[in-house]
Design a protein around this ligand. Structure first.
Ligand code: TXA
Ligand code: MG
Length: 336
């Protein structure tokens, strides 16, 4: 298949909408990561997303809207707490799981009777949804099992030849996927941490972090979100997170350095005087979120065999970075 490369000018967005209306799959930028979009109501179009990604059929897709008013068109019962979250954090990187209406096909919801809904902040994404006049189902635009794409180049590397078009937009400003939440009575439950932090959500209602966010769940555990049970973002290298201060990290590296090892560090200060190759993912949690997926792709390109990574903060946006890195590391953490 020939993949068209589209810009973000009006004519290009018209073309993206035309392809989507015809049941095609188009990759679009969002503020979190690029998404692989199709008409959420069109079963065949949605099936093409699963094929292009190689995604397991029971892993549901997030449905993207351009206006809060569309919420009740997708869900028959939107609780007050959901409206309060939407008012506080939309348009933005927050996905809410709600009961779904029948017109959302079961392929879109991975066979569940709920649907994840998000209104992205990215103006290009919203302009495309508005032109379409239907909501867009979109998972991250990577091949299943590889890091989420935060630049046009990442999407091109994974999807060229597999989908009808890619919109070449800005690099994703957040860099990690949206916060996914569901509601237990009047509590918010975080199923996947993101830029909207548990601390911020607790300003709306009591917030709990689901066990699957930081723990490896057993094969037959009952999960609240199917995405939790899949191996994610696994680079080819064997990654270990070193949970320590800078000095202990340096000491550990000195003692454990082997051939083919690379370091994933906050800044070059972390590895001054160490005879090891390294890449930096930034000092602040926001920076780390923005750069993490690019770093994981780079480690693969450089052929790293083992990686020792400095541990992100476990609060605020840092929790999202830690959650993604934990999965890349297969939950291997050395606490010093
Ligand atoms: O930021 C994002 O959320 C990006 C952009 C494109 O919007 N999308 C994204 O989609 O990350 P995806 O498919 O890569 O991740 C969606 C996650 C999966 O872990 C999935 O299991 C979960 O959300 N999810 C979706 N619908 C769900 C539902 N009805 N119930 C429970 N979990 C759901
Ligand atoms: Mg994904």
């Amino acid at each position: 298949m020939k993949t068209e490369i589209l810009g973000t000018d009006g004519a290009s967005l018209d073309r993206a909408a035309e392809l989507l209306t015809g049941g095609e799959v188009v990759a679009v930028p969002t503020e979190t990561v690029y998404g692989l979009a199709a008409n959420a109501f069109d079963e065949n179009a949605v099936r093409r997303i699963f094929e292009a990604k190689g995604r397991p059929a029971d892993n549901p897709l997030i449905v993207h809207i351009a206006d809060i008013a569309e919420l009740e068109k997708l869900s028959p019962c939107v609780p007050d707490i959901a409206y309060r979250c939407a008012e506080a954090f939309w348009a933005g990187p927050l996905t809410m799981i709600l009961p779904k209406r029948d017109k959302i096909p079961s392929v879109t919801s991975g066979g569940l009777d709920t649907v994840g809904i998000r209104m992205p902040a990215d103006t290009t994404a919203r302009a495309i949804i508005k032109r379409c006049g239907f909501p867009l189902a979109a998972p991250s635009a990577n091949l299943s099992g590889s890091p989420s794409p935060t630049t046009f180049r990442h999407v091109y590397d994974d999807m060229n030849g597999r989908i009808s078009a890619i919109v070449d937009g800005a690099d994703s400003s957040v860099g990690v996927e949206s916060t996914v939440i569901c509601f237990d009575d009047n509590k918010i439950r975080v199923l996947r941490p993101g830029f909207i932090s548990p601390e911020e959500l607790s300003g709306i209602a009591d917030t709990v972090i689901d066990k699957g966010v930081l723990e490896q769940l057993g094969e037959d555990a009952v999960v609240r979100s199917p995405g939790m049970k899949y191996k994610h973002y696994a680079p080819k290298a064997d990654v270990t997170i070193i949970d320590s201060d800078r000095d202990s990290f340096r000491h550990y590296v000195r003692k454990n350095l082997t051939e083919g090892m690379m370091l994933l560090v906050f800044s070059k200060d972390d590895c001054e005087g160490l005879d090891a190759d390294f890449i930096e993912y930034g000092e602040t949690a926001e920076d780390q979120a923005k750069k993490l997926f690019t770093c994981l792709r780079t480690l693969d390109e450089l052929g790293a065999e083992r990686v020792l990574a400095r541990c992100p903060e476990k609060s605020g946006v840092g929790l999202a970075v830690y959650n993604r890195l934990l999965r890349a590391a297969g939950f291997k953490v050395v606490k010093l």
